[in-house]
Design a protein around this ligand. Sequence first.
Ligand code: FAD
Length: 649
Amino acid sequence: MADNKLISKIPDGPLAEKWTRRKSEIRIVSPNNKRKLEVIVVGTGLGGASAAASLGELGYNVKIFCISDSPRRAHSIAAQGGINAAKNYQNDNDSVYRLFYDTIKGGDYRSREANVYRLAEVSAAIIDQCVAQGVPFAREYGGYLANRSFGGVQVSRTFYARGQTGQQLLLGAYASLNKEIAAGTVTSYPRHEMLDLVIINGQAKGIIARNLVTGEIERFGAHAVVLATGGYGNTYFLSTNAMNSNGSAAMQAYRKGAFFANPCFAQIHPTCIPVHGDQQCKLTLMSESLRNDGRIWVPKKMEDVMKLRKHEIKPSQIPEEDRDYYLERRYPAFGNLVPRDVASRAAKERCDAGYGVNETGLAVFLDFADAIKRLGHQRVEERYGNLFQMYEKITTTSPWEEPMMIYPAIHYTMGGLWVDYDLQTTIPGLYAIGEANFSDHGGNRLGASALMQGLADGYFILPYTIGDYLSHKFAEPKTDTSAPEFDEAEKAVRERIAKIFAVKGTETVDSIHKKLGHIMWEYVGMARTEEGLKKGIEEIRALREEFWKTVRVPGTNEEFNQELEKALRLVDFFDIGELMAMDALNRKESCGGHFREEMQTEEGETKRDDENFMYVAAWEYKGEGAEPELHKEPLKYENIKIATRNYKD
Ligand SMILES: Cc1cc2nc3c(=O)[nH]c(=O)nc-3n(C[C@H](O)[C@H](O)[C@H](O)COP(=O)(O)OP(=O)(O)OC[C@H]3O[C@@H](n4cnc5c(N)ncnc54)[C@H](O)[C@@H]3O)c2cc1C
């Protein structure tokens, strides 16, 4: 039964015509009227930067906000491996349909058909746009853009710029953004953190932001607000995300009425440098692109495992016949290129069985010896040079001589603010794009699809769909930031800050966040159980109480104070963590990255329950301390045959 609070606005008609149909229906705001309209974009990653540049070019008045000192230092800059697009440059029979199919299947049949098809459809235009901006994608000898493969896919459709694709794409978007800043259509507010959303008459009308340098609490009004604030992977403390990545803006919107969808769908990436100590605050990703040529293995014999742990032998000394290339063994059709959730669980299975190859027993090998023999040093250097260098700098081991050691880590969050086909949340005038929305990735995102989605949202979807909403607004005056709703929101922000300073405890924010991370990893991590999730919820609640008794934030609000910034974000991470656990508890099936131990096949694979859980779980906030209400958006598959994911044959 459809929920009347979740109107997805998916256009009627055949799948391949839906986006064209929607675009033809969307009302257009005339150039004269665009100049009267203001839009706030929070976030300058690939989603926010591309949206703000496009909206500015269209003629709207845009204000853009970010935490970092420059928009170009957003977390998107870290993206390594590439961006997907259905160009079929390799002539390997790729197509819009195939990209759509792979993405729906990769997400374990928990994403919307119409959105995913649109994503595949606009993917080719993204590459054209970026090439026109001068993004230096890798090229073949003849000048064509080069492609490589990513997990869960049997064609090569990933465009890349060595291992720095995110950085190059962001420089492209940033250049376009700067053009608009120079033209006066975009005003940039770096080092400004949104601390609340302002709603007037049920519509998003502005934000309260803290100037991170001076501590000043400022008000900004607009006719619409776009959140492009990224994902909430740092709930786990240790993740591959940038240290500033957080889920606070999404939680502020959630508390003001935006529904939060599928919070339990978090991605654990199989190839990260393993945790190596208690003082670590960040994990490093080794790009999925490495699985194109790297082979994953552990020893077959326990005695070799023991010798490795004691450093009595080197991995290269273990003969071929004594190695277990477990992904190639278990999934012959896809081998090392199975999707991330499958590869992560397989690594955990081997390590749980005692075959982990480092001192902690939580590592497997990613080996390039075969690739170096087959392709030669130069080709491997061209493809992965900077990643090899990064690995060696961090671990002091050269991947040219011995295999890398890797282990799964939290990397991306598929859940996020619920949005309709127009990318509008359940609050009129509030949009969410990029990783901040619940997006198109269902239970598991395929590699190189986040950049595609962020740029599709920012360059080609939101700039059109937001016009439909704004076409009713041009006669409305600019938002008055002295309205009582702004007073109230600012007051609440000031009270929250004062409450944190008033605790005057003894614990640092990081020490408490680390504890939250342990709880999340233990109970809401790679494997989840009913008992564990219930315990996790209790422990998160207890830790939240501990925070409010023991945290110590030095200094004042009226200065650059990163401890305060972290404390404010941690308060939201508690709520996100609890919501993730509740959602995971509700979803009594295994699907994508959400693995409920009670729901697995005899071979340890995920067991979905399509009859009872083929829906988007959208949670509505019901007040502090109250249970949120679950709304369900049923998922319909009319153009794809629902099947059990199979990467074996
Ligand atoms: C190491 C790594 C490698 C990756 N490699 C790939 C890859 O090869 N291919 C791929 O497709 N994906 C990759 N991803 C995923 C991808 O990079 C991200 O999903 C994507 O870049 C997110 O973009 P975004 O614009 O949604 O958000 P982000 O880039 O996270 O940007 C968020 C922005 O919001 C701002 N912000 C947040 N909160 C506030 C607030 N309250 N007030 C003001 N501003 C705020 C931040 O300052 C920032 O500007 C990778 C991820 C990681 C961690």
